[in-house]
Write a protein that binds this ligand. Structure first.
Ligand SMILES: Cc1cc2nc3c(=O)[nH]c(=O)nc-3n(C[C@H](O)[C@H](O)[C@H](O)COP(=O)(O)OP(=O)(O)OC[C@H]3O[C@@H](n4cnc5c(N)ncnc54)[C@H](O)[C@@H]3O)c2cc1C
Length: 413
């Protein structure tokens, strides 16, 4: 009855489990999947998140499997360089930016949780159906996996819903919210084994959404064949979409036409896409910020609380920042209801700003600005289109909202 019940063993749930255990707060994690498998493709962890993961002792383990991303590089769809800036340690941060396979990240977190808390504290095949509470504690009801017939009731001090964008707990509290909101942009994602592109640690954004935009970055170091595992995302404004399913296979023919002429000296994009291991298709979706996350002894964390469109590399990072705030609140407040309220006060509005800025002015707004000013034509000299100061200001504005400006990070402990 003293335990924290964590629902979901994704990035937020596992990080929370490690942080709670290290803080001496007993917890158990319940995950819907029958086993944790290395699913997903690329994900980025920026210095505000890697600082938290380093504090949990995970930096070395992550460094062994991730790429330390060194620069952000922006091109138009004619392959012309618009802007380049250093990232992570290369930019002077105390902690790196990691580009990593989501599965590798999840496995590092799983192993660390099991090592510190014990394997019996991570229970798979438990799909949360709902939560109930009284003055003394919470009761969380699970089935044996999604759609399973057995029922299990688990009691605890508080319940934290880390069950992702289709959160069952969020649906319980907001039954009329409806499906995730489609942004009008569809994504095709994949990984390709390829020679290092540009610096070999570059996060490349090119083109614009109306005609086709590509995001490309390596997520695993090269092996003996010299090839890296390189993540890519093709993003195109598309009127219709199919419901998000992390495993839905995409068809090359549905999107490669947008990139067919992208033969650049830094990459032959159609050849690179065609060499992919496989292609997945996801709609770019989010939800409007909620008026409330905490209901007595129950609260939301990560995508369950603030799903956002993946245009600022901040989905995993904001979940990790939630963990720090929640752990501190539980340590500082003996009353669990007050603790969850304090956590929400620190994180709800802060993450709402990130959700809304990801819709309107994420880092790739630089591409939109140049696209509009040049009327989608090649430029002679980029300095005649947009000044360095404007580019730097656009980039810095997003960092401040998402909480990873160098100045902001050096001020906060
Ligand atoms: C399979 C999968 C693949 C993904 N691939 C990518 C990717 O390639 N790139 C990217 O940027 N982001 C990806 N994401 C999303 C990304 O992990 C999150 O945006 C971000 O890391 C925030 O983490 P989270 O813990 O809030 O949510 P998630 O990492 O989504 O974790 C939620 C967890 O809760 C579990 N769960 C769901 N419902 C229940 C329930 N009712 N009861 C118990 N457990 C439940 C899920 O199985 C999952 O393990 C993926 C998510 C999933 C689930």
């Amino acid at each position: 009855m003293d335990e924290v019940i964590v629902v979901g063993a994704g990035i937020g749930g596992l990080t929370l489990g490690i942080a709670l255990h290290q803080a001496g707060i007993p917890c158990r994690i319940f995950e819907s999947a029958a086993e944790l498998r290395a699913v997903g493709v690329g994900i980025n962890l920026l210095p505000h998140a890697t600082r938290e993961l380093a504090a949990l002792g995970l930096e070395d383990a992550l460094e062994r499997v991730a790429i330390k991303t060194a620069d952000a590089t922006f091109f138009n769809r004619f392959g012309q360089l618009i802007h380049q800036e250093p990232l992570g340690r290369a930019a002077g941060y105390a902690h790196p930016q990691f580009s990593i396979h989501r599965g590798d990240l999840q496995m590092v977190l799983r192993d660390a949780f099991i090592e510190c808390a014990g394997g019996d504290r991570l229970i798979t095949n438990r799909h949360c159906l709902g939560v109930a509470q009284d003055a003394h504690g919470v009761t969380v009801t699970f089935s044996d996996g999604l759609g399973g017939g057995e029922r299990y009731a688990v009691q605890g001090r508080v319940a934290i819903a880390c069950d992702g964008i289709n959160s069952a707990v969020r649906k319980q509290f907001f039954p009329d919210e409806g499906e995730p909101r489609y942004s009008g942009v569809n994504m095709w994602r994949g990984v390709t084994r390829w020679r290092p592109i540009l610096s070999g640690a570059s996060m490349i954004r090119a083109g614009w959404l109306s005609h086709g935009k590509m995001v490309i970055y390596p997520i695993r170091a090269s092996g003996s064949d010299g090839l890296q595992l390189v993540n890519w995302v093709a993003e195109i404004e598309t009127p219709t979409y199919r419901k998000r399913d992390w495993n839905r296979t995409g068809a090359l023919a549905d999107f490669i036409g947008a990139f067919i002429d992208w033969h650049f000296d830094w990459l032959d994009v159609p050849a690179f896409i065609r060499a992919a291991d496989s292609v997945l298709e996801f709609p770019m979706v989010d939800q409007d910020p909620l008026p409330r996350w905490s209901f007595g002894r129950v609260t939301l964390l990560g995508d369950a609380a603030h799903p956002m469109v993946p245009r600022g590399s901040n989905g995993a990072g904001q979940a990790i920042l939630d963990v720090r705030a929640l752990t501190t609140a539980l340590l500082e407040n003996p009353d669990p209801v007050a603790a969850l309220a304090a956590y929400e006060a620190q994180r709800r509005e802060a993450t709402a700003r990130v959700v809304l800025t990801n819709r309107s002015n994420p880092p790739d707004a630089i591409l939109r600005e140049v696209f509009q000013r040049t009327h989608d034509r090649p430029f002679g000299n980029i300095d005649d289109v947009i000044s360095r100061a404007e580019l730097a200001a656009m980039s810095e504005g997003y960092k401040q909202i998402a909480g990873y400006s160098q100045e902001g990070l050096s001020k906060s402990s």
